[in-house]
Design a protein. Structure first.
Length: 432
């Protein structure tokens, strides 16, 4: 599939191939299902399927469910949610007893926002920013409308739509602030907050902080305990490769666990669920945040994917991510900026997560052209589009190669030069 590209850009692709020969994590690429030569740069939205997952899930379905039936609850299912936290804990820098897998990111946000507001009762401000993921803001808005007790949401505003407004946060967080809710890595630009600094600012004023780690976990080291973090949530279907809609996780610092309660009382969060008492007594520790029956078939794939991270090491993953990202930025600067593309992510690697955003007025139609090449001899490149003019390229070091990055940049240049994007209209697909 690289024949046409090779004729036109052989030196770039040869150089990328030499870099791939030195790729420290190259052995992991074969551990994922890669069915064709599609260039996949959307693992920051949905991670690839690990190769062991299908066979393991067949065992879960055929044997654990099919043969062992309900006996499997006492043979591993009942402890699955908490067991997975031992594999997650090194990735987020927290004790396993401060983590639990359950529900979705949105539901876990709801639990912890309600818990934080109750813990800081009497304060009326919730602070966030306009680069936060919309779900986070929707959950806050819904809660504040529901409790109707004079709370207000205050947003810090990014001046350029790329970098995070830390100075504005300093000004917004005050003695009336109950809770600060932020995405550690901004979903559009990849801009990265200094977690320790924000925690310190909030704590000096008596506020609590809730971090959304959805675009960080599995891509870079997170240090929840060392930075004095209070609460966190995150999804597992992006960099963690848990599969579409895989359950999320939540974190509550050990020092806060006995002071907070979950607003959703369900039987799996009860101290003795199989006593079937009619009055609720919350379980101790993180299990209180469970509600309904854990979704075993959705949780099980994480046993395979999280073991890959244990083997690779998150520090190595971050190192490779930065190398791949810097390579991408250098190609964009050389080949795409002269064609009207600008970089919509911080250039300082310490201030950036693991995706790079490109900006162009025809971003949506360029994405369509990458996904559906006019000439079928060209490879398909899968990025994703974010309104209004953002092309996101996800760097997932366990399987992304330098050659893939090079191909994506060369294809983008070709599309712009030939104006291939003009064949598409601007009507958005349901999922972009």
């Amino acid at each position: 599939i690289y024949d046409i590209l090779s004729l036109m850009n052989k030196s770039y692709l040869d150089h990328a191939g030499r870099l791939d020969e030195q790729h420290p994590l190259s052995r992991f690429r074969s551990r994922f299902v890669i069915a064709d030569d599609t260039v996949y740069l959307d693992g920051n939205s949905l991670g690839r399927l690990p190769g062991d997952t299908a066979s393991y899930m067949n065992e879960v379905i055929s044997h654990q469910w099919g043969t062992r039936l309900i006996r499997s609850w006492n043979e591993g299912w009942y402890t699955l949610s908490s067991r997975l936290t031992r594999l997650l804990s090194p990735l987020v820098g927290a004790d396993p007893e401060e983590l639990i897998f359950c529900d979705s990111t949105s539901v876990n946000l709801y639990k912890l926002i309600r818990a934080g507001l109750k813990l800081n009762a009497g304060r009326r401000k919730v602070v966030s920013d306009d680069l936060n993921f919309p779900t986070d803001l929707y959950i806050i808005q819904g809660i504040l409308k529901d409790i109707d007790s004079g709370h207000e949401l205050h947003l810090a505003h990014s001046k350029d739509g790329i970098t995070l407004p830390e100075q504005q946060l300093r000004e917004l967080i005050d003695e009336d602030t109950a809770l600060v809710v932020l995405s550690h890595t901004a979903f559009k630009s990849g801009s990265l907050y200094d977690m320790q600094q924000i925690n310190a600012i909030a704590h000096q004023r008596g506020a609590l902080v809730l971090w959304d780690l959805s675009h960080s976990v599995g891509a870079l080291p997170v240090h929840l305990s060392d930075t004095g973090s209070d609460f966190a949530v995150g999804c597992s279907y992006k960099y963690l490769n848990g599969g579409p809609g895989a359950p999320a996780f939540l974190y509550c610092a050990r020092s806060l666990q006995e002071m907070v309660s979950s607003p959703i009382w369900g039987w799996f969060g009860e101290a003795h669920p199989f006593d079937f008492q009619l009055s609720y007594t919350p379980a101790e520790g993180m299990r209180k945040f469970l509600a309904g029956t854990p979704p075993v078939l959705s949780l099980a794939p994480l046993e395979c994917s999280l073991k890959l991270f244990q083997e690779a090491g998150i520090e190595t993953i971050r190192s490779v991510s930065l190398s791949l990202s810097e390579y991408l930025i250098s190609l964009v600067t050389e080949l795409l900026e002269p064609r009207g593309i600008s970089i919509g992510s911080p250039l300082d690697s310490a201030s950036r997560g693991s995706h790079i955003t490109l900006r162009h007025r025809e971003a949506y139609r360029i994405c369509r052209s990458l996904l559906e090449p006019k000439d079928t001899r060209f490879p398909m490149v899968i990025p994703d589009f974010r309104e209004p003019d953002n092309i996101r390229l996800g760097i997932t070091p366990l399987y992304t190669t330098y050659r893939e990055i090079c191909t994506a940049v060369l294809r983008t240049a070709e599309i712009i030069d030939r104006k291939d994007y003009e064949q598409w209209d601007n009507a958005r697909h349901g999922v972009t």
